[in-house]
Design a binder for this molecule. Structure first.
Ligand code: HAM
Length: 441
């Protein structure tokens, strides 16, 4: 038998790398992702949320109308293409504009309307999946990233409007972060009012921007014309002193919005969820109304928002649906995993048994043994058929197995197997019908 040394393998053609802004999630880090997802699913279950999975691409118009054509996401960051396939909705032209979803709220609300989910009594949804934005990649910011999100929608005409819904979601998030052992989180809270408040505010803000806009960055000069509220999304350091002087939406809330926000805060205080008011927080998507929030984390650096969300009472109607107020959030899963710290590190599956097939024709016996042991939930690895016992045992140790099980001709004919406990080096002869009990014991 010829043994090939792994070191001899060389790669001399130009290698293909992952696309900029995307990344491979490798073991054992994937274990941390699984941990986050299983804890989160469990928390969602206890708050009576159910999973929804919407397509990864949608019609571009969904995001233009839902998220807002003037937002950075829609104006600059979407992966959009003209789809040529036959049978599109735009039959006359034979093509339609499609987009990889940059976020999932618009898709969930579309599905809610399309399937009339309120008729089935469904109104609390969660999702876990990839989103795509053509942003400048940096630590914590990727072009394909993952969100874990939740949405409470309707039922029509005014369900989910209650401030109790806002507070429940925020309390859920605080509990989830605590349960994952994430410390140093900070909840920043604002209310950006209803459309009527914003119309009044818009006028005042435009006036305030007029004399100073020329001193702001090019993006802000454009925003001052198209959608002045977006000026507060600006991250350019030189602009901050001017932005600091601008009037805030909090001064323009009408009575019902003010009361709504007061009640959200009262419930938060009564359940003991700490928050900080931030009247500059306006969020980068146009569908928001009233409550807006972000959770930040001290150790994340520039991209410190672990999650963001808020209320979107007009989104269903903007997408052609019934009046169905909504509120939700999306956690950046990449950032959540980063903020977990090493305490939550997992080593991956622990290998219980390494089966070493010793001699020609032993693969079959090894496969039978592995099948039996795995049926009892043991983690089993089957080695390469070999004549070299020492090498097999070395491999078993390298892989961190608890036991090495030798499957050779002798064992097969006598029905008694050599089982070696690798930590102590102790080796015992065990009959086939005792193997499972010995390994589990
Ligand atoms: P968002 O603030 O755009 O909101 O995104 C939510 C979170 O996704 C951010 O706080 C961040 O953690 C993560 N995130 C965003 N962009 C990136 C990126 N390029 N790389 C890594 N992580 C990123 C939304 O998407 C709304 N749909 C949230 C929502 C749900 N509002 C109501 N319901």
């Amino acid at each position: 038998m010829i043994e090939v040394s792994r070191e001899e393998i060389t790669i001399d053609v130009e290698t293909i790398k992952a696309v900029k802004g995307t990344r491979d999630l490798l073991p054992p880090e994937t274990e941390r992702w699984n941990l986050v997802e299983s804890v989160t699913r469990e928390v969602f279950r206890t708050y009576n949320f159910q999973e929804i999975r919407t397509p990864i691409f949608e019609k571009t118009e969904l995001f233009a109308r839902g998220v807002g054509a003037d937002t950075d996401i829609v104006a600059k960051e979407m992966y959009t293409w003209e789809d040529q396939s036959r049978g599109g909705d735009n039959v006359a032209a034979g093509r339609q504009s499609l987009t990889l979803r940059p976020e999932n709220t618009a898709g969930v609300v579309r599905a809610y309307i399309e399937h009339r989910l309120w008729e089935r009594g469904l109104n609390k949804f969660y999702y876990i999946g990839p989103q795509f934005r053509r942003e400048r990649p940096q630590k914590g910011r990727y072009r394909q990233f993952f969100q874990i999100g939740a949405e409470v929608i309707g039922p029509p005409p005014s369900g989910s409007e209650s401030p109790a819904r806002d507070a429940e979601l925020l309390e859920l998030l605080a509990s989830l972060l605590d349960r994952l052992g994430i410390q140093q989180w900070r909840l920043e809270l604002n209310s950006i009012g209803c459309p009527a408040d914003r119309a009044r505010y818009d006028q005042v803000l435009r006036q305030a921007l007029q004399p100073v806009a020329a001193n702001l960055c090019a993006d802000c000069q454009r925003r001052a014309q198209t959608n002045p509220l977006r000026v507060f999304d600006c991250k350019v350091p030189a602009d901050q002193a001017i932005i600091e002087t601008l009037p805030r939406i909090s001064q323009f809330l009408d009575e019902p919005c003010r009361k709504h926000f007061d009640e959200v805060r009262e419930i938060l205080a009564s359940v003991g969820v700490p928050y900080t008011l931030n009247d500059r927080l306006v969020r980068g998507l146009d569908y928001y109304t009233r409550t807006a929030f972000e959770f930040t984390h001290g150790a994340l650096g520039a991209q410190n928002a672990i999650l963001g969300g808020g209320r979107y009472d007009g989104l269903s109607e903007a997408l052609g649906g019934p009046q169905a107020p909504g509120i939700g959030f999306a956690i950046g899963e990449d950032r959540l995993v980063m903020s977990l710290g090493q305490s939550a590190a997992t080593d991956g599956a622990k290998l219980d048994v390494y089966i070493a097939p010793l001699g020609t024709g032993m693969n079959k016996e090894a496969a039978r043994l592995a099948r039996e042991l795995r049926r009892h939930n043991l983690v089993v690895e089957v080695g390469e058929e070999s004549f070299r016992l020492k090498k097999s045992l070395e491999t078993a140790s390298k892989q961190g197995a608890r036991y090495a099980l030798i499957a050779g001709e002798n064992e097969l004919s006598t029905g008694v197997f050599a089982l070696k406990k690798l930590a102590s080096g102790e080796q015992r002869s065990v009959s086939r019908d005792r193997l499972l009990a010995e390994i589990q014991g």
